[in-house]
Design a binder for this molecule. Sequence first.
Ligand code: NAD
Length: 482
Amino acid sequence: MEPVLNYINGSFVPARSGRTLDNINPATGEHITSIPRSDIHDVNDAVAAANAARAKWASTSIEERATWLQQIAKALESKAETVASLESMDTGKPIGLARRVDAARSVSNFRFFSDHSTELEDQTFVSNNAVNHVQRSPVGCVGLITPWNLPLYLLSWKVAPALLMGNTIVAKPSELTPLTANLLAEVFDELGLPPGVFNLVHGLGPEVGQPMVEHSEVQAVSFTGGTATGKVVAATAAPMFKKLSLELGGKNATIVLEDAPLHSIVDDLVRASFTNAGQVCLCGSRILVHESIKTEFTEAFVRGVEALNVGPPHLEETDMGSLISLDHLSKVESYIRLGVEEGGTVLTGGLRSNAPVDGTPANGAFLRPTVIDGLSTNARCATEEIFGPVVTLHTFSSDDEAIAMANSTEYGLAGSIWTADVERGKRMAEQVESGIVWINTWLNRDLRTPFGGMKQSGVGREGGDWSLNFFSELTNICVQQP
Ligand code: NAD
């Protein structure tokens, strides 16, 4: 594959330093291509281009920009198979999943925000003999920083509302998954989006992301990634009073009540645990089961997990591909070892040597889905984000205990409750400290709703109006009436 380049001011260019990084296929260990190892100089070029393009882009009407979003959606839709295969190659995820989730959602993100713009209403408030008009204007040049697990899905989730609201962009995708961000730049180039409106800088977090956040002419930063990195981003941006959106890690609880119809939900629970090899921030990595159904649940769940087909990502029948890298695999394995040291029992899966995955390349980052039982809810393995195919099982005896266990980590991103009694589920959901609680479903997303985390899972909300508000400055113009 041709080397990937930065996209700055409407041109594909290498890093000024000429340095590159290798891009590796994690399922085979093979070299895919190289990407620019950019630094502050490339960031400065991209920010200068974004700022030069600001006034003109901001002067276009929202209807014009919504039409751009429709054109982008259409172009991405026509390339959906390429998006899916690039994403699968870059991340090791199964091609079927990349089609259903990554390629499809990237299109619908642009289409959704375009359609949603028609629902934006002028806001006017009358009181004290005055009329207040709320005016919306672009924030300016915005920095978008994204992780590797859902590369184009998450990048387009930020790019679409940022463009719609009239901002110009400097984007930095994960250095591990640059391919579909590059494809997006190619789409913009083919469609003739004005130079400087969208700029893409590849490279490492401290060398590209950090100078982006530090740059005085980047007015807002939307960051999705790990909590530890989020703290660095927040500490950098806060003294500069930038608008900041932080979508961070999670340690989500899946609560299974004693009245849940086990046999009809077990496939959903397996999916909620192991989609994308557990590398979705919303995956339920702690399963809390009512003690009265623990034995029955464990048997059915482990059977479902063992039925997952772990294999090469390009095969249609693969349910779970590789992890993102050998380094990440080692980290996940260190948590499994820790779980055993902390007193847990591995019911299925485990370390590579204990659980070889037949038919996968020797250099691939494959691991069988792993279930650990018998840990206390405050064990490190049960409270720290592993972000891999590992779940821990715990029991509770009352609704209050389940809620206390769900809330016992520093995270607060998502959770799910499974029950035949929806009212009971809703009562419990109101007490779970997380941004989303699903009842009898998982990853069921209406893009108009708020998305984001509490506690160490982030600050702010994305989705629908929340995204539009983040990417806008709101001014109140108050006019005294005669
Ligand atoms: P990460 O924090 O390592 O990296 C995320 C991005 O930040 C990358 O592009 C990286 O290069 C960049 N970065 C690194 N250091 C930086 C710095 N000092 N300044 C600016 N940018 C910097 O995360 P990851 O390993 O790529 O992704 C996995 C994490 O993302 C998990 O914790 C997962 O829960 C989280 N995540 C959260 C959500 C959500 O919506 N809450 C969604 C997906 C993933």
